[in-house]
Design a protein. Structure first.
Length: 279
């Protein structure tokens, strides 16, 4: 896509980056206890406000005060089936966007039962690694070809192998789907974008994917689902690339990465988006 052909998308991304900092949307998050702190801190870094909950009775009131909801199924506790289902239901009933990260989709009966219960609520954005996107499409029965293998929380598939699954998921939800990897793919039923760049050091910290979902939920509080997913992808590539330095250790990288997310400069994001969003 020539530079002028993607100006609309670049402008939408830059506006979302600015609007999150101006509007500071509250995002209610239901996420795992491995990466919960990184999720909250990255949400704050890009301008959002974070609130993490666990209990079923908090689902409705949290959705009510939030601009969007983030649901991540990483570490499920006994109350998760009820709590996360009610959180998705509340978001939909209130007409607010919600983002799903189907971590380790396919692992165990509880996770499968929960993800199946969430299907009817059609997430505004689904964000997962390639194997999770494939596994979710299989689990939801919207893709007949059985393929893909999630190893714990890790992907064993290429982003391109998940493209058709992502498209089927987008047809079901009517929303956006983001497949993360060396090059991300962000799509809805009408548009497909590839976002290049970033740093492979994101693979060396836990929660890069989880926090990307949480940040997409911040942008979903100020922009449409496709723009939100695209903006999350671009700022993760941009901030991780700036953070990584030869020879640096993984925890210093995590700190530098969150710092760079908090210091996003709209002009620089614009320049980066122009050269890293491809169709
Ligand atoms: N090899 C890579 N090079 C650059 N960025 C990467 C690479 N692998 C993953 N990423 C980035 O890391 C973040 C998390 O993606 P991923 O590792 O696929 O998710 P998960 O942690 O859920 O498995 C995304 O922003 C993605 O673009
Ligand atoms: C290690 C781990 N185990 C259960 S959830 C989780 C975090 C996964 O985070 P991410 O998918 O962002 O790497
Ligand atoms: Mg993940």
């Amino acid at each position: 896509m020539p530079a002028e052909g993607k100006m609309k998308e670049v402008t939408s991304v830059v506006n979302a980056v600015k609007d999150a900092k101006i509007q500071c949307p509250l995002v209610g998050s239901w996420t795992n206890f491995v990466t919960i702190n990184l999720v909250a801190n990255t949400q704050l870094a890009v301008g959002g406000r974070a609130a993490m909950c666990f209990l079923p009775d908090e689902a409705k009131p949290l959705a009510f005060v939030s601009k969007s909801t983030y649901i991540n199924v990483g570490t499920l506790q006994p109350v998760a089936l009820q709590a996360l289902t009610e959180a998705a239901k509340a978001a939909v009933e209130l007409g607010k966007p919600w983002v799903l990260d189907p971590v380790a989709a396919g692992l165990g009966d509880t996770r499968t039962q929960l993800l199946n219960a969430l299907k009817q609520y059609k997430p505004s954005v689904i964000r997962g690694n390639a194997s999770e996107i494939i596994a979710l499409a299989n689990l939801w029965g919207i893709q007949t070809e059985k393929k893909g293998k999630v190893e714990g929380v890790d992907s064993t598939d290429t982003v391109d192998a998940a493209l058709s699954s992502a498209l089927e998921l987008a047809k079901w939800t009517g929303g956006a789907v983001a497949i993360s990897g060396e090059t991300d793919i962000v799509l809805d039923i009408n548009n497909t974008y590839r976002i290049s760049g970033g740093s492979a050091m994101l693979k060396s910290i836990t929660g890069a994917g989880c926090s990307l979902g949480g940040v997409i939920a911040v942008y979903a509080g100020v922009a449409d689902p496709l723009t939100a997913a695209l903006t999350g992808s671009v700022v993760y590539k941009y901030a991780s690339e700036r953070a990584a330095k030869k020879g640096m250790g993984t925890f210093s990288f995590q700190t530098a990465f969150v710092d760079n997310l908090s210091l996003l400069n709209a002009d620089e994001v614009e320049k980066y988006a122009k050269s890293h969003i491809n169709s």
